[in-house]
Design a protein. Structure first.
Length: 171
């Protein structure tokens, strides 16, 4: 295997890794967006159903509004904590990658033949690909988990509001 072939293989592995990471991130974003869209649609549907009964009294309105504010605040706190965790994860991954690059630079300087350099590059490309895919998967899972957890207080609030407003109508 000559140097050009080795470089082409490394470039192909990096391109494939990049595509896989982009796909994994897109899947995570799509899943999170779908969960948010479903929560918004459910909220809108439930709010439409409840709007007729909603205005039966000012006290009920005030109570419902306060509960809604609390639910949104809880959801935003969950959302913020989730994104903070993802930010820390990205920072940690970036720092680890930088430290690995420094170590690899030292290893490259110790290589005595072109074959050693090519072998080291191939090993590095595989390791970086595996780490990047694992990190993208982890971030994707964190995104979906955050979106699901953030929608829980909103959904619970919608359900509670519907129960409160439908109960007087049923009576």
């Amino acid at each position: 295997m000559n140097k050009k072939d080795a470089v082409k293989q490394v470039e192909a592995a990096v391109a494939a890794g990049k595509e896989t990471v982009e796909n994994a991130v897109k899947v995570g974003q799509d899943a999170a967006q779908k969960g948010i869209n479903e929560a918004v649609a459910m909220t809108k549907d439930n709010a439409d159903k409840a709007s007729k009964a909603f205005f039966t009294g000012y006290d009920d309105l005030t109570e419902v509004s306060q509960g809604n504010i609390e639910a949104v605040t809880a959801a935003m706190n969950i959302w913020t904590k989730g994104f903070e965790a993802m930010g820390r994860e990205v920072a940690s991954f970036t720092q680890g990658s930088f430290e690995q690059s420094v170590a690899v630079g030292k290893d490259l300087m110790a290589c005595k033949t072109v074959n050693e350099v090519v072998d080291l590059q191939n090993t590095l490309a595989r390791a970086n690909f595996d780490k990047t895919v694992a990190e993208a998967t982890k971030l994707s899972e964190m995104s979906v988990k955050t979106a699901n957890e953030a929608s829980e207080p909103l959904q619970a609030r919608v359900n509670e509001t519907i129960e409160k407003l439908v109960k007087p109508i049923a009576a």
